[in-house]
Design a protein around this ligand. Structure first.
Ligand SMILES: Nc1ncnc2c1ncn2[C@@H]1O[C@H](COP(=O)(O)OP(=O)(O)OP(=O)(O)O)[C@@H](O)[C@H]1O
Length: 799
């Protein structure tokens, strides 16, 4: 008996010695068998022999022993293959084990192969059966056993076949189910692969977004840190500002108290001044009196002196005459003696001469008396003269003393006035600083005077201006239907305010443009309320020039005056109007020709697209920009623009602006000695007036204009409301006007709005609306103004 094949394969074949040829199974079969059995070592060149299979089936642990094999068989050399239940179980176990090792498909194929092999085996067994039947006779002893065994084997084979068939069927079923499963799994795998791909992409995206998010997070954290630092620095600044404000308030209070004490002082000084003035006038009158009396005394003195001198002269003359006459008398007496001796006849002549001598003597004594009298009067006159001289000196000294006192008082008054002015200037400066720090849009309110045709319709003054210390010049009250509405602005100008006074208040702002700030001043108000008058003034009346010409004068004067400090400026002007939501270039050279057709869409072929760069500078494509050197050039351009503007007559205004007018002056300054550069912008805007359609009585083109004006002004108020509420989205792009004004309303420029008010009681409703809108504007924060200045490296003037 051949030992059991350790390899758990279904069959083990060993070579057998050659047997009769009729029982031969061809070599091919064995070769085929070898190939089919996957290269199992089961055939050893059976060229001349036959392979004989002998199955010993041991049932239920019944051990096979050589003795159980029939002697014919036991003694033969034929190889015996044992095919036990353990083998089958081992085979099944192996199958089960292999099940794990091979994939289903391979296993199926193996199984199919196996089945094929089994079939071949069956065929082979049938052949063997035939061989056995042939051998039956020869192997009689073993035949029965063999037959029995064969029958058993057959039975077993049948059972096995059935089993195998059932297994095959099951396997087939399994295979089909596995195939189905495989297909399903394949499709699932495909789906899974796709979803894996998607997931991978998603994961990559997530990773990428994770990276960007982590970067963003880092950035955000850095920003948060920065923001925190900023917040802390802002907090510090805020605290400092609070302290500063408190100190300012204290200072302001101090200034107020100082101001009030200075006012008292001024009043006192005024009183003293008035008293001193009265004294001075009294003293002056006294002085003039004493001067006149002195002059009279001097004159009198002089006349007396001249009289005395003439009397002295006369006296001297008389004395000389007397001496002469005495000498004559002596001569005559000697002559008389001579004559007496010589001629007795000349007695009569002598008597005459005696008479004459007596006469002369009497005259002499009279003159002597007169001289004596005058000499007596002379010391009195001299004393009087001296007395008058003393009193004149005293009066003069007193006068000089008073004069000194007055000078001192006047100096003190001037000092006090200077202090008051300085205090006021400081107060304004601090107020401006606070406003700048707050970043608010500043609002000035101007109420125009009643016009001649309005005076007749006056129903009483609806505006009043509180005069308390705090409210003076800043508050305005509007009385409407027995209700009082109070408003506070940065400045309130009453109807009496002149153009000069208005300009003084904004001149600092204009100066800022020269210092490199963006400045925007615009006038808002109902139609006919005085916007154009405020901005442009009254043409042909130099005293009533508006803010635009005055600002230009100041800028060109400053340009001149700053030349010695090394500053050189270049300036550019542009002017446009927004008419019916269309930009029109007021300095365009082909404007006049195109004006004839009055295109709705501006100058043909021009875009006029508004763009804001990152620095908040505004650029308008195709807009004419003119380099200007002098005020005369700008005035010429202003006249040109004024002639090109869209004006019309409405029920409310004889000369109404039907468009928004925007004047822009760009200033580029370079300091040759310090290499400092500045870029300032001055925007001066005269808005078209709001008006109620019902009141304006507009029709046709006027109606269209009015609707366009009201729409853009309502966009302006939407923007202001959004800014005041600090909303995330501010609708700047809703109109050309708001988009153009974006850097002024939401940026870092210094912005001032004039709200022009008509005092006409019939316009009280519109005035109330304007004032309400203006106080909203006043509350808007637009950020801290930023100065555009840098140090010149090469020619870095921005384009
Ligand atoms: N402060 C003022 N003093 C004297 N007259 C004034 C003053 N303000 C305005 N006026 C006169 O009132 C009239 C209307 O003024 P203006 O044309 O400036 O109004 P407006 O607001 O520009 O009107 P519109 O929006 O219709 O253009 C003009 O005749 C002007 O001279």
């Amino acid at each position: 008996m051949v030992p059991k094949n350790p390899n758990p394969i279904p069959f083990s074949l060993t070579s057998t010695p050659p047997i009769p040829s009729k029982n031969c199974v061809s070599d091919e079969l064995f070769i085929d068998q070898e190939e089919k059995f996957g290269g199992e070592k089961m055939l050893e060149s059976p060229i001349n022999g036959i392979t004989r299979l002998d199955f010993t089936i041991l049932n239920d642990g019944h051990d096979a022993s050589p003795s159980s094999v029939p002697p014919s068989n036991a003694g033969s050399d034929c190889g015996i293959v044992e095919f036990t239940r353990e083998d089958v179980e081992a085979l099944l176990n192996e199958k089960a084990k292999r099940k794990d090792r091979f994939n289903y498909k391979e296993r199926c194929e193996n199984m199919m192969d196996y089945i094929r092999r089994v079939k071949v085996c069956i065929k082979y067994f049938q052949e063997l059966e035939m061989n056995y039947s042939l051998e039956q006779e020869r192997l009689k002893n073993s035949l029965e056993l063999t037959q029995h065994k064969c029958a058993e084997i057959e039975l077993l084979l049948k059972i096995k076949e059935e089993e195998l068939n059932s297994i095959i069927a099951e396997m087939r079923k399994n295979s089909t189910s596995l195939q189905e499963k495989l297909i399903k799994e394949e499709s699932e795998r495909m789906v899974a692969v796709e979803s894996l791909e998607i997931e991978r992409e998603g994961r990559l995206n997530i990773e990428r977004s994770h990276i960007t998010l982590s970067e963003d997070l880092g950035k955000a954290q850095r920003e948060i840190e920065n923001a925190n630092q900023k917040i802390s620095s802002l907090d510090d600044m805020y605290k400092q500002l609070q302290d500063y404000i408190i100190s300012l308030q204290q200072y302001n209070g101090k200034l107020h108290t100082e101001f009030s004490s200075v006012e008292d002082e001024i009043k006192r000084v005024e009183k003293e001044k008035a008293a001193a003035g009265e004294n001075i006038t009294l003293l002056r009158s006294q002085l003039t009196l004493s001067i006149s009396s002195e002059e009279a005394a001097v004159k009198h003195n002089e006349t007396l002196a001249s009289e005395v001198a003439s009397l002295r002269g006369e006296l001297q003359q008389e004395r000389d005459e007397r001496d002469h006459q005495l000498s004559q008398v002596q001569a005559l007496t000697s002559e008389f003696e001579k004559c007496k001796k010589t001629t007795e006849s000349s007695y009569t002549e002598l008597d005459k001469l005696k008479l004459k001598a007596n006469e002369l003597e009497a005259k002499c004594s009279l003159k002597d008396n007169q001289i004596r009298e005058l000499q007596g009067q002379l010391p009195i006159a001299e004393m009087k003269f001296q007395g008058l001289g003393i009193s004149a000196l005293e009066t003069r000294m007193e006068f000089e003393g008073k004069q000194k006192f007055i000078d001192e008082l006047q100096r003190r008054v001037a000092e006090a006035e200077l202090k008051v002015l300085e205090g006021e200037r400081l107060r304004k400066k601090l107020h401006n600083t606070i406003l700048e720090l707050k970043g608010n849009i500043r609002v000035f309110c101007r109420v125009r005077p009643l016009l001649p045709d309005e005076i007749c319709s006056t129903e009483g003054n609806i505006f009043s201006y509180p005069t308390s210390m705090e409210a003076y010049g800043r508050d305005i009250d509007l009385a409407q239907s027995s209700q009082k509405h109070s408003f506070t602005f940065d400045k309130v100008f009453t109807p009496e305010a002149s153009q000069e006074e208005i300009f003084v208040e904004i001149s600092q702002l204009v100066q800022s443009a020269l210092d490199g700030y963006k400045v925007c001043i615009f006038a808002y108000g109902q139609t006919g309320s005085g916007k154009t008058y405020t901005m442009m003034g009254r043409p042909g009346h130099p005293k009533e020039k508006g803010l635009i010409p005055r600002s230009l004068e100041q800028i060109f004067q400053a340009k001149q005056s700053q030349q010695p400090q090394g500053w050189k400026y270049e300036m550019q002007v542009s002017m446009l109007e927004i008419y019916n939501e269309t930009i029109r270039d007021l300095l365009s050279s082909n404007r006049l020709s195109s004006e004839a057709t009055r295109p709705e869409n501006g100058t043909p072929g021009k875009q006029y697209t508004i763009k804001h760069d990152t620095n908040g500078n505004t650029h308008i494509s195709d807009l004419t920009v003119v380099d200007v050197q002098s005020i005369e050039e700008v005035e010429f351009l202003l006249n040109q623009a004024a002639n090109s503007r869209s004006m019309g007559k409405t029920q409310m205004n004889e000369q109404s602006s039907r468009s928004h007018f925007v004047f822009t002056l760009r200033i580029y300054g370079v300091n040759e000695s310090t290499d400092q550069q500045i870029q300032g912008i001055l925007n001066l805007i005269d808005l078209a007036g709001s008006e109620r359609l019902s009141k304006s009585g507009s029709t046709g083109d006027r109606l269209k204009e009015t609707q366009a004006i009201n729409k853009s002004l309502s966009s302006l108020s939407d923007v202001i409301f959004a800014l005041a509420k600090k909303e995330d989205h501010v609708p700047f792009r809703n109109s050309k006007l708001t988009y153009l004004l974006q850097p002024c309303l939401g940026g870092d420029s210094k912005t001032l709005m004039f709200v022009n008010i008509s005092p006409d009681p019939t316009s009280a409703g519109e005035s109330l609306c304007s004032l309400r809108f203006a106080s909203r504007v006043n509350a808007c924060e637009i950020g801290t103004p930023r100065r555009q200045t840098n140090w010149r490296s090469s020619d870095s003037r921005s384009s």
